[in-house]
Design a protein around this ligand. Structure first.
Ligand SMILES: C[S@@+](CC[C@H](N)C(=O)[O-])C[C@H]1O[C@@H](n2cnc3c(N)ncnc32)[C@H](O)[C@@H]1O
Length: 269
């Protein structure tokens, strides 16, 4: 199919296509799609995962940034799975900016082999703008999978872990080797499973909580008293906010849960 399109995969768009049927079936199985699900698939590419998702879901909304691939996808599905073609919606758009109105229907599940350079912003954007999303199964670079699923105290716990935890329970769902792709990337991959949960109860807005998270991890080796100094105005003001939130000023961001960041945000001077 790549030959037919005279396709030269674009590195900038993270175009590494899965060419292994076993991996595609595994992603579909682990995603636990039910016949009622409306799946949003980001970056369908040549459609290998799309073709596996269509028999499982009520609808697949495929969001592809590349206009050539977006135009080809309905033709591929009409050719390979004509009886399922009416379950497919293709939206040519940047998934980092896509708006719910562009999708036609509210997706309940995210399943994607994500473009690796934008995987975290895409996941956070979709969880934010699509409250209908209840679950997700995405393939990302192995290190990113570790970071997204990490908990407090882990060396790789950071901004992606805490922000993802605002929206969902996140866990690693298995490794994927680099040989299942064409072209093969020079990193291994991993599956990440997400299950929507209510965000912590707080009077602070999401933006306010995320501002504390960004500030705390911008200087992750510093104590929170020092790391939050510019966020609070001064180190002394940061200390007051931390004490009011019941958190020792000598702690570091990597020890806190998303609920703790929310309490700090509530106590901004
Ligand atoms: C890793 S490939 C996956 C392709 C296919 N799903 C597969 O598994 O073979 C990533 C796909 O995402 C598309 N893409 C890259 N950036 C995107 C963005 N911001 N929004 C939507 N699609 C994007 C690329 O064009 C490419 O088709």
């Amino acid at each position: 199919m790549a030959d037919k399109l005279d396709l030269r995969p674009t590195k900038r768009l993270g175009q590494n296509f899965v060419i292994d049927g076993g991996t595609v079936r595994r992603i579909t199985r682990v995603a636990e799609i039910s016949p009622d699900d409306v799946v949003i698939e980001v970056g369908p590419g040549l459609g290998s995962l799309t073709l596996a998702l269509l028999p499982e879901a009520r609808r697949v909304i495929a969001v592809e940034i590349d206009p050539v691939l977006a135009a080809q996808l309905p033709l591929t599905v009409a050719d390979r799975a004509p009886s399922l073609a009416d379950r497919l919606t293709v939206v040519q758009a940047d998934a980092m900016r896509v708006r719910p109105e562009e999708l036609g229907e509210a997706p309940t599940a995210l399943v994607a082999n994500l473009p690796y350079n934008v995987a975290v912003p895409v996941v956070l954007h979709l969880l934010e703008v699509l409250p209908s999303l209840r679950k997700g199964l995405v393939m990302v670079q192995s290190e990113v999978a570790d970071r997204m699923a990490a908990g407090p105290g882990s060396k790789v716990y950071g901004v992606p872990s805490v922000k993802a935890a605002w929206y969902a329970d996140v866990r690693r769902a298995g490794p994927v080797g680099r040989t299942v792709f064409w072209p093969a990337p020079n990193v291994d991959s991993g599956l990440v499973a997400m299950s929507r949960r209510d965000h912590p109860e707080t009077t602070a807005t999401r933006e306010e909580v995320f501002a504390v998270i960004d500030a705390a991890f911008a200087q992750r080796r510093k104590t929170l008293r020092a790391a939050l100094a510019s966020w609070a105005g001064t180190a002394a003001a940061a200390e007051t906010a931390l004490r009011a939130a019941g958190i020792a000023p000598s702690e570091r961001g990597e020890q806190l849960r998303v609920e703790d960041f929310a309490r700090i945000a509530e106590n901004r001077p």
